[in-house]
Write a protein that binds this ligand. Sequence first.
Ligand code: IVH
Length: 667
Amino acid sequence: MSVPARVRERAAQLRAALHEHAYRYYVLDAPAITDAEYDRLLRELRDLEAEYPELVTPDSPTQRVGAPPAAAFRPVRHRAPMLSLANAFDDAELEAWARRLRTVLGAEPVAFVCELKIDGAAVSLTYADGVLVRGATRGDGEQGEDVTANLRTIRSVPLRLRGAAPPLVEVRGEVYLPRSAFEAVNAEREARGEPRFANPRNAAAGSLRQLDPQVTAGRPLDIFVYGLGAAEGLAPASHWESLAWLRAAGFRTTPHARRCRALEEVKAFIRHWTAARATLDYDTDGVVVKVDAVAQQAELGTTAQAPRWAIAYKFPAAQAVTRLVDIAVSVGRTGALTPTAVLEPVRVSGVTVTSATLHNEDEVRRKDVRIGDWVLVQRAGDVIPEVVAPLPERRTGHERVFVMPDRCPICQTPVERPEGEAVTRCPNLACPAQIHLRLVHFASRDAMHIDGLGEKIIAQLLERGLVRDPADLYRLTAADLLTLDRMGEKLAQNLLDAIAGSRRTTLARLLYALGIRHVGAHVAARLAEQFPTVQALADASFEAIRDIPGIGPAIAASVHGFFRQEVNRRLVERLLAAGVVPEAPQGAAAPGPLAGAQLVFTGTLSRWTRKEAEALARAAGASTADGVTKKTTYVVAGTAPGSKLEKARRLGVRVLTEDEFARLAGA
Ligand code: IVH
């Protein structure tokens, strides 16, 4: 059956639009359409391809997931070897490297590029005539493994390059798992009876080497690219130019890169990130310093293992020894009992550590840590403190072995530990600790984002019997709130506004906010892509949920089980009845022109006060924030804008003039 020209054209249009929107969403972090609109386009393309299979191209956005599980990975030879890097551990070693450069380059000026060294798994992406044809792990540097199907599932990996494409190019980068996703991935592994990953790097490498791409698709991996391998038809004069080309071609490049003209600037960059890396959502283990000019790189050459023109300055390892004085047990949102090491305060890379999670009973036993032990602690990825191991040689015989309590420390309900699971749970859904944390989670930033509704206020609302579950929040009045400690009229009104504002939300946020086990923000987004409404998901069969790409049986069982419980169904009904509106219902009036966008204002506006402008933005469906982050969609700049404008430029956030804003807001 030949494909009618009209259909062929529409498919091409859809593919182009989907590429563009995925790029805006995953690479620029500046979506131009809502998730629901994106899904509609994707579904339309999928339907066309189902009807006319000859329309499917390898770079079609429908082809991210779908490859069948492989029996083994095929070996791939890299066209240009993937070298490693020489290390420097302090300034003296960095200076020694710079002196060695001088012996080759003489007195000519040298510019450097400094970049964060991302601690993940190295990969090489090969594009032929602009289309992704191969993705491989580093392997031994000469030969890696073909993990194309897995790399395709990473939404920020372009399936087709933007702009004019060279005949052939190898793009090198680091795949990583965001820190914020690490815990959820481990929780899911535990639920399946699989061992935890020790750190996000192992999680990234392990996820890339999954034989079933569906499993990889379920892990929110991301990538930063940092250079070129073999390249035909491309001749950048400097590394800085390569980075610019990569960005223009549609890649996420290492965001914190800086071109420096002197070694002092390099050192300042390193000093800054030694401390500031703690603020990032990914692990970095150092700074890579590269000679910028390609001609100078060629002059310097490489050794068998590493280029002479680059060096990795490693951040100091962060470990210390202290006493473990107790093991406390806390109860989490899902009832999980978590043992936590209470430590004698100790400084680890500049931060005082007083506690560290021990995860679960098995972990305590595996590490054989006892109460009273001297232990080695470190900050994993240099942020989250963890107990590495006890120092048994320092034991006195007075140490005590930890025993998991058999009752919930909060509500005294007998605890359960299901077969094959590592987690001990309090099964009482009405356990006060769980109710409290469920509400905190519901209001949190990535969930319903109710600004100002934090742990303390929620604790008071519960104590006073003003709320029992999330739906009650929408019935609160100013009079209710004014009974709380230190609550004034203004604060109460702000809180009521924030609660009211949270009614308008996305389905993904609502699903995440419900706090279903194993449903993190990423899984929630996947579910929302497949089901138009929360009711549709609630009525879906176990199989229908399990068959969604990236959702395994453990998640499916949890979601399905959640909606089989009467209390949960009632909660959803009450939320909807309270006016919580997930996405725009099909067929209803179009959402506001700024629906889903987050706006930040800077500088003085000529037509409105800041408050009026913010109200206009909200009326058009946008949210507003004070600071510029990756989540910001637009920055509206008036006269004399401040540092927010600069930050917007740095993050690639689109900047609007007052007039442009007025047009978008329909004002
Ligand atoms: S450049 C020829 N830049 O570090 C130079 N590598 O030992 C190739 N890495 O596993 C490396 N971030 O994947 C470079 N900004 C960055 C990097 C980076 C992480 C990894 C790389 C490799 C290791 C090098």
